[in-house]
Design a binder for this molecule. Structure first.
Ligand code: B12
Length: 207
């Protein structure tokens, strides 16, 4: 069932993907495995775009299918999950509107018991600061796929420090091009390559 869902979203089949997700949920499938299937499918879409097999409309529609599918899955993820392991603020940094990966990371953190405050895309440093302060978040997670996102990540880390929050909140970063060098440049605590790593880091910092 998961393989079929991955293949359908990879083929940008909106109605069929949603139908299959509804069917899987109705059959009692593990909601986490459905999120993972959607993630795999989205990775294929990204690869096909790079290979010029897919074009902008495919990307936009696949992102929409992903969001619609997650909306169907989310109520099943949260049921029975009443205690929180801590507050996490997440967003795509200023100047960048890519949110497919960020949404997957946010969903996986929610599934793992974190109280996730998703600020959306193109988030200015000050907005991260205000949310981290008002929620007393122990973790700020930033996503960015553009090269220019590196500066926005650095600015956000600096803004958190200026607001006196740097010793209260760990900062993690991720998104396609993020690596050790970017981590060093922007002064965050750690970077992750996938949602599983985001969850591992949250468990490490907020346990
Ligand atoms: C989809 C896409 C788009 C979609 C975005 C739709 C959406 N709602 O997100 C649209 C069409 C809108 C788009 C627009 C643009 N895009 Co674009 N886009 C892509 C594409 C093909 C796939 C990205 C994606 O969603 N991948 C799938 C997800 C699941 O992967 P991911 O984001 O990396 O996330 C995973 C991990 O990185 C990690 N992760 C992510 N965030 C975090 C955070 C933390 C804390 C952790 C631990 C982990 C983590 O977990 C995620 C799940 O596995 C990439 C190419 C690529 N293959 O990456 C180009 C790409 C990123 N885009 C690119 C560009 C240039 C643009 C535009 C500027 C194009 C233009 N000229 O207008 C605009 C951006 C405008 C802006 N201001 O942001 C370039 C960036 C080049 C660069 N070095 O700066 C790329 C690399 C394409 C290319 N090769 O040229 N894009």
């Amino acid at each position: 069932m998961s393989e079929k869902i991955a293949a359908l979203i990879a083929a940008v089949e909106e109605d069929m993907t949603l139908e299959e997700v509804r069917k899987a949920l109705g059959d009692g499938a593990d909601p986490l495995s459905l999120v993972e299937a959607l993630r795999e499918g989205m990775a294929v879409v990204g690869d096909k775009y790079e290979a010029r097999e897919y074009f902008l409309p495919d990307l936009i529609l696949s992102a929409e299918i992903f969001k619609e599918s997650i909306a169907l899955i989310e109520p099943h993820l949260q049921s029975g999950n009443t205690t929180t392991k801590g507050a996490v603020v997440i967003g795509t940094v200023h100047g960048d509107i890519h949110d497919i990966g960020k949404n997957i990371v946010a969903t996986m953190l929610k599934c793992n018991g974190y109280d996730v405050h998703d600020l959306g895309v193109d988030v200015p440093p000050q907005v991260f600061v205000e949310k981290a302060s008002s929620t007393q978040a122990g973790l700020v997670a930033m996503s960015g796929l553009l090269t220019l996102a590196f500066d926005a990540m650095k600015d956000t880390v600096d803004a958190l420090a200026e607001a006196g929050l740097r010793d209260k909140a760990k900062v993690i970063i991720g998104g396609g091009p993020v690596n050790e060098k970017v981590l060093e440049y922007c002064g965050a605590d750690a970077f992750g390559k996938d949602p599983a790593e985001a969850v591992r880091l949250a468990n490490r910092y907020l346990a």
